[in-house]
Design a protein around this ligand. Structure first.
Ligand SMILES: Nc1ncnc2c1ncn2[C@@H]1O[C@H](COP(=O)(O)OP(=O)(O)OP(=O)(O)O)[C@@H](O)[C@H]1O
Length: 327
């Protein structure tokens, strides 16, 4: 079953330039210069019910515009889309009840009230029946371990606690579809992990369809089997990042520790030296050269420890960001 189906979806914005100066302003009144920005260019994809998909791209790629079309905030200028069987831009009440948006950078809670009040307000907005509300609230509070701060004013909460409350408020009506925009931004490592574990559990348990944007690759690696990458308004990748990691990388990272001081210049013939100090160095070496070069390094240098790793996933994503054509 598909939760989202998007075909040749496009969005262009028309806007006017405004030049500086009084004369230019007057001229603008008579004849305005119209510009068009094609923010999303004919993208096609579908997302199955219960899937958890990452939606990535560099700044200005068209992520927000796409998400706004999926949630009904913006009207597309081309193509077709169906979300949970609805046309989002028709903004039907029934559709609004079935999805939720959580934004790490923008709070949806009343800052001067305890989160419990905002959550209760959502209960009325979404018309959640009392017993179901109580059960869901207890479960979410327990899972996120926030009982002790439920009645504390939101602006007094830590960022992590606030984020957990945002999740509870968004999930209180058990939406079928969840848009998560940077849900772990600014959180410490332990809280990030906690939020990720919660999301994985929630998705598994309730089969909620989730679209996630995040700049933390750990979120994507841990949570999403599938990633969509958009660049310059076009879909340039649709697949499993962990799998392409291997295919896209033509080199590996070799980390060396020395028992005696080694000059960096002596390592240069063996690969690109990414980092070095007297007793340690990191080299990037072509995959097919790894075995002979490692052997040579072990023979020639006082190596105490050697580790060979894949390039960080962030670098793979950046190389995918640079694509302008679909993979
Ligand atoms: N209302 C608008 N009028 C004109 N251009 C717009 C409008 N909204 C967005 N754009 C342009 O469309 C492009 C895509 O913007 P969008 O906000 O979707 O990118 P994004 O991928 O979400 O970027 P970021 O990661 O920086 O939030 C950008 O070049 C942006 O300047």
């Amino acid at each position: 079953m598909e939760a989202i189906k998007v075909e040749q979806l496009a969005k262009s914005f028309t806007y006017y330039t405004k030049e500086v100066g009084v004369m230019n302003s007057l001229r603008n009144l008579i004849r305005r210069k119209t510009l068009t920005k094609q923010a999303v260019k004919d993208i096609t994809f579908s997302i199955g019910k219960g899937e958890m998909v990452a939606f990535l791209g560099p700044n200005g790629a068209g992520k927000t515009t796409t998400l706004k079309m999926l949630s009904g905030i913006l009207h597309p200028t081309g193509g077709s889309l169906s979300v949970l069987g609805f046309k989002p831009y028709e903004r039907k009440k029934e559709f609004k009840k079935r999805f939720a948006i959580v934004m790490g950078q923008k709070s949806q809670l009343w800052p001067d009230l305890p989160a419990s009040e905002s959550i209760l307000l959502n209960r009325y907005i979404y018309q959640v029946e009392e017993q179901t509300y109580k059960r869901t609230l207890d479960e979410l509070v327990e899972l996120l371990d926030v009982k002790h701060v439920l009645n504390v004013q939101v602006r007094r909460l830590s960022l992590g606690e606030r984020m957990k409350m945002e999740l509870i408020a968004a999930l209180i009506h058990k939406p079928e579809l969840l848009f998560l925009d940077e849900p772990t931004i600014g959180l410490d490592v332990v809280t990030q992990k906690r939020v990720r574990e919660f999301l994985a559990h929630y998705n598994e348990h309730y089969k909620t369809t989730v679209i996630l944007t995040s700049h933390y690759m750990k979120d994507v690696e841990d949570l999403c089997k599938r990633t969509l990458i958009i660049n310059d308004g076009r879909l340039v990748f649709d697949g499993n990042l962990n799998q392409v990691h291997h295919a896209v990388n033509e080199s590996k990272i070799v980390k060396l520790k020395f028992s005696q001081s080694v000059e960096a210049s002596r390592l240069e013939p063996f690969g690109a030296v990414r980092q070095s100090d007297e007793f340690a160095a990191t080299l990037e070496i072509a995959k097919e050269q790894i075995n002979p070069i490692s052997r040579e390094l072990l023979e020639l240098f006082p190596i105490e420890d050697i580790t060979i790793e894949e390039k960080p996933i962030e670098e793979v994503v950046v190389s995918l960001y640079n694509r302008t054509q679909p993979v």
